[in-house]
Ligand binder design. Structure first.
Ligand code: PBG
Length: 331
């Protein structure tokens, strides 16, 4: 054939492929979500095989191990004892609560690790919703934003570097910024869950924390999976309200949203490979149907290629370990 243009020339060998590679995943791209619980036990999570709810000691070890492999940040999710869950979710701003204790311990043990905290009421709320629930079942916006400010301040006082509101209430980024600044926390960043969809992919996570809504669903605050322009609208609002970073969640089924936000704003973009995405890979691999290592790398590379600067993933520690081993074997 007379073919002057042969794209395969650039794929001829691993070293040529390395030269022309457009996207490279590194441990520095990863944020490791970690579950924490009261007491002295580390408990395997039934709904998320391979994940653990850590006691404080276990949390320090796991976070330290990931950090030593180059993972720059963790985000914490608490399992709050049922007895502490109330309709007003007051435990969310208890300075002696599980999250502030965990943040203080992590900061002391690993000063260079960036600590993100989740801002939302669902682990603390007797109703299992991210916001406060009125008698008629509506999730209240403005009252919730006040509660979120208290929660974020409690986390900032404990030493959180970045607060990450995952609640999807309107106006919370501006309110959090103002509350943090008023107390002098001008350096505490806000990673806003900007485009968080009402997704069935969160099921295993709710099992891990026993945080599923007691009634109804989250569709009055989380976004409709059918919508993309609305994500741009949320992104422009969050940027104007002072967010430092934006997030798309879930990641794998929403790569188009990541790409659209990448074009719409200049802020860094995070994407969350959520529990259901994790579980689909884990369970298919456990059945011998997929090659876990390869599928994990491909899925994370695709998320980065779509435009994510950072990825929250339950695979963070093992991916970082694998990347380090790959570097060593090339030396
Ligand atoms: C709640 C929250 C959820 C997740 C992170 N924060 C669940 C939800 O919105 O119901 C899900 C994460 C995952 O599925 O891995 N604020």
């Amino acid at each position: 054939m007379n073919l002057p243009v042969r794209p395969r020339r650039n794929r001829r060998s691993e070293s040529i492929r390395a030269l022309v590679r457009e996207t490279t995943l590194t441990a520095a791209d990863l944020i490791y979500p970690l579950f924490v619980q009261e007491g002295g036990d580390n408990t395997p999570i039934d709904s998320m095989p391979g994940c653990t709810r850590w006691c404080l000691d276990g949390l320090l070890r796991e976070a330290g191990a990931a950090h030593a492999l180059g993972v720059p940040a963790v985000v914490l999710f608490p399992k709050v004892p049922d007895a502490l869950k109330t309709r007003a979710a007051e435990e969310a701003w208890n300075p002696e609560g599980l999250v502030p204790r965990a943040v203080r311990a992590l900061k002391a043990a690993h000063p260079t690790l960036t600590i993100l905290t989740d801002v939302a009421l669902d682990p603390y709320n007797a109703d299992g919703h991210d916001g406060l629930v009125a008698a008629d079942g509506r999730v209240l916006n403005d009252e919730t934003v006040d509660a979120l400010c208290r929660q974020a301040l409690c986390q900032a006082r404990a030493g959180a570097d970045i607060v990450a509101p995952s609640d999807m209430m309107d106006g919370r980024v501006a309110a959090l910024r103002a509350a943090l600044d008023a107390e002098g926390f001008t350096e505490v960043g806000i990673l806003s869950y900007t485009a968080k969809y009402a997704s069935a992919f969160y099921g295993p996570f709710r099992g891990a924390l026993d945080s599923a809504p007691k009634s109804g669903d989250k569709k009055t605050y989380q976004m409709d999976p059918a919508n993309a322009r609305e994500a741009v609208r949320e992104a422009l609002l969050d940027a104007a309200e002072g967010a430092d970073m934006l997030m798309v969640k879930p990641a794998g089924a929403y790569l188009d949203i990541i790409a659209r936000l990448r074009d719409a704003v200049t802020l860094p973009i995070a994407a969350y490979q959520v529990s259901g995405e994790y579980l689909m890979i884990k369970s298919a691999a456990a059945a011998g149907w997929l090659d876990e290592e390869k599928v994990v790398m491909e899925s994370l590379t695709a998320i980065k290629r779509a435009g994510a600067d950072m990825i929250l993933t339950y695979f963070a520690r093992e991916v970082a370990a694998r990347l380090q081993a790959a570097v060593k074997s090339n030396q």
